[in-house]
Write a protein that binds this ligand. Structure first.
Ligand SMILES: [Zn+2]
Ligand SMILES: [Zn+2]
Length: 246
């Protein structure tokens, strides 16, 4: 499988990075993990075709993680002229939040679709199979109007886990343990917030997390200002456009 970072940014555009979205091409399907508002632009920059997307796995309902869906729909209807179904998974209430957002931006865009656009809601720690990919959602700590989740994926025999946005909770070791790749948000450097992670906390819990590789993402300005202090024997640092083969 190949993971391409479309966007590794936070909500504030720190460092000029695009909003969060990871593109995964596997033998079973091609999908996005999160779809922040700038995702379609990022895909065009990288030559990734939105027509190839089978599914979108959303961690939580903040615009820098799901706000790109209205443009994905717009592309599917009017540019790509999609006929193949697309599945979006997310927290309870995702469809209503999506419709509200899409209708505010492009009135009537959610009616009369030329393809099946289906939403599936997570149930806590219940594995879900979509397009040959198994994902297990773990509720985390990040108020966003609906339950936020960390996601643990089984893809082509590999495990990829992603925190989404969250403050530290002990459950993260279950999310990360033994993962071939653990993608962790790292909004702060040494300031511990209840709703976001920071480098010092992740580093202090490195052994406990027990992942084979850790990729830091969603870095805010404070973290980017200290990015030279990252222990590169432990961590990889995300950049827009970066690819990883697993
Ligand atoms: Zn975010
Ligand atoms: Zn968020």
């Amino acid at each position: 499988m190949r993971l391409t970072i479309i966007g590794c940014g936070d909500a504030f555009g720190a460092g000029g990075n695009l909003h969060t979205s990871f593109h995964v091409r596997s033998s079973a399907s091609t999908f996005l993990i999160d779809c922040g508002a700038s995702t379609l632009i990022g895909m065009r920059r990288l030559g990734l075709d939105p027509k190839d997307i089978d599914a979108v796995f959303v961690t939580h309902l903040h615009g820098d993680h799901f706000g790109g869906l209205p443009w994905l729909l717009l592309d599917a209807q009017f540019a790509s002229k999609r006929t193949r179904p697309m599945i979006v998974t997310g927290p309870k209430g995702i469809e209503a939040r999506f419709v509200k957002a899409a209708e505010a931006l492009y009135p009537n865009s959610t009616t009369a679709k030329s393809f099946k656009f289906t939403f599936v809601e997570y149930e806590e720690q219940k594995p879900l199979e979509v397009g040959g990919i198994t994902v297990t959602p773990f509720e985390v700590k990040h108020p966003s109007g609906a339950p936020p989740y960390a996601l643990r994926f089984s893809i082509d025999g590999k495990v990829v886990a992603f925190t989404g946005d969250t403050g530290w909770i002990d459950r993260l070791d279950k999310v990360a343990h033994g993962a071939d790749l653990f993608i962790s948000e790292c909004f702060q450097y040494d300031v511990t917030l209840p709703i976001h992670l920071d480098y010092k906390t992740i580093d202090a819990n490195y052994d406990r997390l027990g992942a084979k590789q850790v990729l830091l993402t969603h870095m805010g300005e404070a973290m980017l200002a200290h990015v030279d202090k990252v222990d590169l024997s432990r961590f990889m640092v995300a950049q827009d456009g970066m690819t990883l083969d697993l």
